[in-house]
Design a protein around this ligand. Sequence first.
Ligand code: ADP
Ligand code: MN
Length: 515
Amino acid sequence: MDPVEVAAAPEAGPGPAWQSKCPWGAPNTTSISCSLADVMSEQLAKELQLEEENAAFPEVVAVAEGPFITGENIDTSSDLMLAQMLQMEFDREYDAQLRREEKKINGDSKVSISFENYRKVHPYDSDSSEDEVDWQDTRHDPYRADKPTTTPRRGFTGKGKDITTKHDEVVCGRKNTARMENFAPEFQVGDGIGMDLKLSNQVFNALKQHAYSEERRSARLHEKKEHSTAEKAVDPKTRLLLYKMVSAGMLETITGCISTGKESVVFHAYGGISETEDKVIPPECAIKVFKTTLNEFKNRDKYIKDDYRFKDRFSKLNPRKVIRMWAEKEMHNLTRMQNAGIPCPQVVILKKHVLVMSFIGQDQVPAPKLKDVTLSSEDMKTAYYQVFNMMQQLYKECNLVHADLSEYNMLWHDGKVWLIDVSQSVEPTHPHGLEFLFRDCRNVSQFFQKGGVAEALNERELFNAVSGLNITADNEVDFQEEIEALEKMNEDHVQNHGKKLSMFSSDGDPPIYDE
Ligand code: ADP
Ligand code: MN
């Protein structure tokens, strides 16, 4: 109840004459006579209380369900969520301060004390300032991981006196160290993997046990966190990132989710105004959020690990950074495609694991995937030739293989095909690049052949036409074998000469684009 009003009440308005005379105020003339039964009635008690409460807290006008993050209409429906976000910011600031104090106290002293135990943010969740720094591109990485050596089936290597068995302490120790790579990505194993570290079985087993229990604990925590957010799809940290984009005015409104995949969530947003004048933000944007909590990404290691562009950085990075690398990869690949004039989303901005690009579609409705659209035979034929040309351009001009090309990752918009989802794309010289290309060719060829395009080349013809190679095998198995042999030849060549075979590109180097 408004206290001012209560205090003001006695003076307010002219009342009956006796009211001003009587020092004890007005007798309650409106008193309701009620029976004992009424007084004791729980029902009545509840009703009265409700009435009182309603007077004290007038009902909040319900806001129509709208976009979930906008500049003016900040979603405050989840107080818990907001509190968590603020707390997280606070905790991080606290930790940063702690770090400064730690540094001040320790100075150059050889003996240092650590405040580690007083930190607020769990190391699994810490996005420390060091993390804020973008990639440090270290060409000469002293910790570069070598492939762990394996013992052959027979259980030993070497000859005569130099035999080492699989029980050898040093070999075993090294192998244990290499195995740490299989731990959950959140589990920080430090630089041990890259160094010549030998872990005894006992230590390794203890670590493994710990990694598993931490993984389970972290999964439980994340589960809780994810359930607590209104939009289920993103964790609080990502939400904060998105919120910042909106409050900076770069995005006007994030309207909702277009797709939830295993590795990413895609949102639709209306574009806002760019901070820099030279950049125009498209009226509609797609926001691809790469999930940071999933182990799924481990399975995709092979795409990025062997990509020489990322090779030097891979071994030393923490898992969060590796996931950001997917977003970074998608950005670079889209830029290359854009420069070659291939229809694809245009990159707007990359922030950590969140990539904002132009939206393919209109009025919040995404363009349909090729698999979901029924095209006239004329359009189908046009689409085929377009895809064929794009594959060639991608290979020759962008020096890329899509590596997940199918009717699921091609959108039909404005009477043409648009390519999306290129985070896993690799250069043709990637150790498995040609296999990926062959798989792409198979998908494309099968889709258009089934779709009734009589002119569609079969997968082998398509492969040769796109790559410019001339593999003559007339059946799939032999063809595949030849592809693998080529890849192996290239790998050996790289090992021995430090560069790729000339068959892949005329000048031996990938084209450099101004990215
Ligand atoms: P995933 O790795 O989850 O397959 P994609 O990049 O393929 O990620 O995106 C998933 C879905 O989101 C796509 O199938 C498409 O429907 C939609 N999508 C992604 N990017 C865009 C975009 N720029 N414009 C419109 N829709 C998009
Ligand atoms: Mn996809």
